[in-house]
Design a protein around this ligand. Structure first.
Ligand code: ADP
Length: 586
């Protein structure tokens, strides 16, 4: 290995080295004789600051630094799915085999298996013209997902040769002759620098919802496919359960799950549990369409910093194949803390709460990699990447910098609320503080695919819930008696909305997922009671108990038990609601 730099200072994960002329920002270097993996994050004359992705104890001044002339990249190709990686794409189970359960330092384990053979089936023929992004062949990566082998960005020309058969990812499967006589040898392995987003033809306006099956999310605060959302919540409010429910039920084809170890063994739990999760649609293991990036808490902070870029680059790669991809990062606060720690060691001028001034721009750079895109290639395919980041603000204080910077760039806010979790109302998403800015874009989807009435019913439900908050205040001050019958009706309806619609048990196989149509039907049933009752509550001889005792009220409360395809039963329920309630008039 070429020897160049000399270490002059070591401070935790930060190493400063001199004699590093010619070094470039974000170049990967190997530090000391132990060959620890590091990345250059600051240059000052011939001195560089290196963020080291491995434990630096025992490394000291005078030791060498070896340049690699490469930036931090991920390997892209068949074999990504079902993998569990650390922040710099070293496969965790493999590292374990090589080094025991504590990762020893400086070991090189490639992200993708070099020996495994994959069956490559060509879909283009010799002589055909191809351009960057074109799909030239396919590999059955898992029983759930077909991996598309694409012409890497920047290459185009005529196919001189294309193979058919079993190959490793390093063997040549096609040869392209470029228009200027250059020759490109295509393998199933591509590499891409993690800090640069992968190119696409054009980003489109997101106008299709990411269906999650969670009623409060889909109906009240939907995120679009290709959108970005944020789940802030204090410890124990349900960030992890929400992210995992999303991973399991949302209608994205590929899931990338980035776990930044929170406390002690939490990540270990996720690592044990996630591979056991079943894909509810196929009954197969969810891992067959999942890539996990995990930082356990015994890994150095710097690897956490890299992990979100590693994850998002892998996610973009599957987006480029034309898949809808959803990436969950849990939690980005740990990532921001890693930034803060490095910034402190670099002795940079601290911004708010000690976070570096560039926290905002780094956060934006990450979320801007979401989108629904026209992929490179001549076949006009589309792919989408939805980013969902959990944030864990200390003490639940949403005014802290990580939450604020995230809210500035994401358009959906699902605010988890400790009070709701304490009352065991799950998902503990606060319906008063949460919001979505995608509704305008998604309106037509609901209108055309679900119902013309959907938006009206949704608006009514939201205003009833808001009204409830105001009325509760009055009740606290002067008691129930002060309320008019109409106000009491609002309270009853809000209660029903909370208990029969918003409450959803993520651990109940049937309740965990509600299709969009059924979400609308349940909501319409509850709002139907309200609208019909409005016509009778103002009557002089109206008695509230008569309304509550109607048998149809029980049926509405249980309507989520009606099978999702039984529209007829819902229609009968709506008729019965109208008849029963209006009969109270006489
Ligand atoms: P966090 O990641 O915010 O610290 P968790 O996701 O671990 O919190 O949630 C804490 C607990 O709350 C879970 O163990 C579970 O018992 C309960 N919980 C959270 N969300 C739900 C849900 N949607 N349905 C049922 N229980 C839930």
């Amino acid at each position: 290995m070429e020897k160049q730099g000399i270490i002059i200072k070591v401070s935790g994960p930060l190493v400063v080295a001199k004699n590093m002329e010619g070094a470039r920002m974000y170049e990967v270097v190997r530090v000391s004789e132990k060959k620890l993996i590091g990345e250059i994050i600051g240059i000052n004359g011939d001195q560089v600051s290196i963020q080291v992705y491995e434990e630096t104890s025992g490394v000291g001044p005078g030791e060498p630094v070896y340049p690699t002339h490469q930036t931090m990249q991920v390997e892209l190709g068949p074999g990504l799915l079902q993998s569990i990686y650390d922040g710099i794409q070293r496969p965790l189970p493999l590292i374990e085999q090589e080094a025991g359960s504590y990762i020893t330092r400086g070991i090189d384990v490639p992200g993708l298996d070099r020996k495994k053979k994959w069956k490559f089936s060509p879909i283009k023929k010799t002589g055909e013209k191809v351009e960057e992004g074109d799909i030239i062949g396919e590999v059955e990566e898992t029983t759930l997902i077909t991996h598309k082998i694409m012409v890497p960005p920047g290459m185009s020309g005529t196919l001189k040769d294309i193979k058919n058969g079993d190959f490793t990812i390093e063997e040549i499967v096609a040869v392209i002759e470029g228009d200027n006589d250059e020759t490109y040898e295509i393998t199933m392995l591509q590499k891409w620098p993690i800090r640069r987003s992968r190119p696409c033809k054009v980003k489109k306006v997101p106008n299709v919802p990411l269906v999650t099956g969670t009623r409060i999310l889909d109906t009240l605060f939907p995120v679009a496919k290709g959108g970005a959302g944020c789940i802030p919540g204090p410890f124990g409010a349900g960030k992890t359960v929400t992210q995992q429910t999303l991973a399991k039920y949302c209608d994205a084809q590929i899931i990338v799950y980035i776990g930044c170890g929170e406390r002690g063994n939490e990540m270990t739990d996720v690592l044990m549990e996630f591979p056991e999760l079943e894909d509810p649609n196929t009954g197969e293991k969810l891992m067959k369409r999942t890539v996990m990036v995990a930082n356990t808490s015994n890994m150095p902070v710097a690897a956490r910093e890299a992990s979100i870029y590693t994850g998002v680059t892998i996610a973009e790669y599957y987006r480029d194949m034309g898949y809808s991809v959803a990436l969950m990062a849990d939690s980005t606060s740990r990532w921001a803390e890693a930034l803060r720690e490095m910034s402190g060691r670099l002795e940079e001028m601290p911004g708010e709460e000690g976070y570096p001034a560039y926290l905002g721009s780094r956060t934006a750079e990450f979320y801007e990699r979401s989108g629904i895109v026209k992929c490179l290639g001549s076949d006009d395919r589309e792919g989408s990447l939805t980013l969902i980041g959990a944030v864990s603000p200390p003490g639940g204080d949403l005014s802290e910098p990580v939450t604020q910077n995230t809210l500035r760039v994401t358009k959906v806010f699902w605010g988890l609320d400790a009070k709701l979790a304490y009352r065991r109302h799950f998902p503990a998403i606060n319906w008063l503080s949460s919001y979505t800015l995608y509704m305008d874009n998604l309106k037509d989807y609901w209108k055309n695919n679900i119902s013309e009435e959907f938006l009206g019913v949704r608006t009514q439900a939201m205003s009833i819930l808001q009204e409830e908050a105001k009325l509760e205040e009055i009740v606290r001050l002067v008691g129930m008696e002060a309320l008019s019958p109409k106000e009491r009706l609002t309270l009853e309806t809000a209660k029903s909305l909370r208990e029969d619609f918003l409450f959803q048990n993520a651990f109940d196989k049937v309740d965990a997922f509600t299709p969009l149509k059924k979400q609308f039907w349940i909501l319409k049933s509850i709002i139907g009671v309200y609208n019909h009752a409005l016509k009778v509550v103002e009557n002089e001889d109206f008695n509230f108990d008569d309304l509550l005792k109607l048998p149809v009220m029980q049926k509405v409360a249980k309507c989520k038990e009606i099978p999702a395809d039984d529209e007829e039963r819902f229609k009968q329920l709506w008729d019965e609601t109208e008849r029963s309630i209006l009969s109270l008039k006489i």
